[in-house]
Ligand binder design. Structure first.
Ligand code: PEP
Length: 244
């Protein structure tokens, strides 16, 4: 995992009611947080305030799954960066493949969200990844470079984490092979260096207690973004332990 502190981040997606959040905290809370691994949780917006204080006590960072790029006003249904800060968020996931494909979020919108996040002191976790069709056509690196191009002209010291998530591995139970992960992370780090960003790169896509250790051991992998397996306290904790 190299010199940067490893991050295990749990993306709950559109899952989680208040009682489930309480159960998760009760079950997870009995484990002392390891020094060497940073833990973060991204519950849905409705659970940010209710989970904030207890997660802080447990030294788990809080994050949101999306943000809007305007500061305030007539944007019905949207949540702005200051609201996330107010709820205790450090992180915000941007450009998740589900938002790109289902909501139709564009790189231009993601760029606006990056700027708005930095302006208000949030650390974006920028998700990038190719579809199966793109990998098979051999254009993976081109797609990733295009998605990373939103960082052109961004402040060099802006807080940032990247999550490489091959779309075909998200929620499918299929993970990229060690070779694919190593090769692609090397390309992503190269591209980031070219753009002037020396930031952490997480892997995401069907990470679970059974494969976490192997995936986290790949060179250039500095943590994981975990979807499905972050919903249960015990499986999420096992993934954290695999990162120690
Ligand atoms: C994700 O939501 O970013 C993700 C990787 O999901 P899963 O772990 O369920 O594949």
């Amino acid at each position: 995992t190299g010199s940067k502190r490893c991050l295990i981040a749990g993306n709950w997606k559109m899952n989680g009611l208040l009682q489930e959040a309480r159960d998760f905290i009760a079950a997870f809370g009995s484990n002392p947080a390891p020094e060497s691994v940073e833990i973060a949780l991204m519950p849905p917006f409705t659970l940010l305030h209710p989970m904030s204080a207890q997660l802080a006590e447990m030294q788990i960072e809080l994050g949101a799954q999306n943000v809007y790029y305007e500061d305030k006003g007539a944007f019905t249904g949207s949540i702005c960066p200051l609201m996330l800060r107010d709820a205790g968020c450090h992180y915000v996931i941007l450009g998740h493949s589900e938002r790109r494909s289902i909501i139709g979020e564009s790189n231009a919108q993601i760029r606006s969200k990056l700027n708005a996040s930095w302006l208000h002191g949030l650390e974006p976790i920028l998700c990038i990844g190719e579809t199966l069709e793109q990998r098979e056509r051999g254009i993976t690196n081109m797609v990733l470079a295009e998605q990373l191009a939103v960082l052109k002209g961004a402040p060099k010291n802006a807080p940032l984490t990247i999550a490489y998530e091959p779309v075909w591995a998200i929620g499918t139970g299929v993970t990229a092979t060690k070779e694919q992960v190593t090769e692609t992370h090397a390309f992503v780090h190269e591209e980031l260096t070219r753009l002037g960003h020396d930031c952490r790169v997480l892997y995401g896509g069907s990470v679970n207690p059974g494969n976490a250790e192997e995936l986290l051991s790949c060179p250039g992998v500095e943590g994981a973004l975990v979807g499905g397996a972050s919903l249960k306290a015990d499986s999420f904790m096992q993934i954290v332990k695999a990162a120690i």
